[in-house]
Design a protein around this ligand. Structure first.
Ligand SMILES: C[S@@+](CC[C@H](N)C(=O)[O-])C[C@H]1O[C@@H](n2cnc3c(N)ncnc32)[C@H](O)[C@@H]1O
Length: 250
């Protein structure tokens, strides 16, 4: 996907310190997984991007396969895993065809950091959840983390700041601008890059569309896909966490 291909080299700048975020997200996800499904260790991350959760879980001893639609993000995730000495299998692919690509038998399927709202219709979300379900072994668990859009303002020209990050002699100021159209919004992601030695400034601009789908609707769609014990956990992670289990008899 073009947006994330362009964003791949800059993606870590969303975080004040990406390594710290990897560490923290790993602790939090591990806690969720081990309290919901003790002993589960094999993971398919269907929207791994540059690898925030994949690297986190692999670093904690999980066996992880990372997949994403963006070839550039997967390329970077491969490099980041190698840098950390982590053995992770990575592939480029669409979460809506995860079962065809990855088969079944996983203890866990995860899709974190608001990836599923890139699917713009309920039909596509249901298809993706059906694919996650098919990838799991009976008793396997699904973890999806998303923004809670019920708490987000609707409108146009909405600016979301991340602050400024200094790295390798450059100051980066990333921010998003949102323009809602009904239940969808167009997102422009800008990164202003200032060379601190020369004062030269460059602006990166990337655009994408999201479906501001509610957590309640996502839970319904997970149930429609066959998951049981679907629930939202609001204090486990920096986003809402949705968990569901494939019935042991399925
Ligand atoms: C906000 S990023 C999160 C990436 C990663 N989970 C992280 O936190 O670093 C969303 C990711 O979803 C991926 N994505 C969007 N639509 C997808 C699809 N249909 N199938 C697989 N990945 C998709 C994007 O390429 C992007 O890497």
């Amino acid at each position: 996907m073009d947006f994330y291909d362009e964003l791949a080299p800059l993606y870590h700048l969303i975080f004040a310190n990406w390594s710290d975020s990897i560490q923290r997200q790993g602790e939090q996800l591990d806690r969720v997984v081990q309290s919901e499904w003790p002993g589960h260790r094999t993971v398919l991350d269907v929207s791994c991007g540059i690898g925030t959760q994949t690297l986190a879980l692999a670093g904690r001893g999980y066996t992880v396969v990372g997949s994403d639609l963006s070839a550039e993000a997967i390329e970077r995730a491969r490099r980041e895993a190698a840098l950390r000495g982590l053995a992770v299998e990575f592939t480029v692919g669409d979460m809506r065809t995860a079962h065809q690509a990855h088969g079944t038998g996983y203890d866990l399927v995860i899709s974190c950091d608001n990836s599923v709202p890139h699917l713009l219709t309920d039909a596509d979300l249901l298809l993706a959840f059906q694919q996650f379900f098919a990838c799991l072994r009976p008793g396997g668990g699904c973890v999806v983390t998303v923004r809670d859009y019920d708490k987000e303002e609707r409108g146009t020209n909405l600016v979301k700041h991340y602050g400024a990050r200094v790295e390798n002699g450059k100051r980066h100021v990333p921010f998003q601008v949102w323009d809602f159209k009904g239940e969808h919004y167009d997102l422009s992601f800008f990164v202003v890059e200032e060379d601190l030695a020369t004062g030269n400034v460059k602006t990166h601009a990337m655009r994408s569309r999201y479906y501001a789908v509610s957590v309640a609707r996502l839970c319904e769609l997970m149930r429609d896909a066959g998951f049981e014990n679907v629930k939202r956990l609001d204090d486990a992670f920096y986003q809402s966490v949705l968990v569901g289990t494939k019935p042991a008899s399925a």
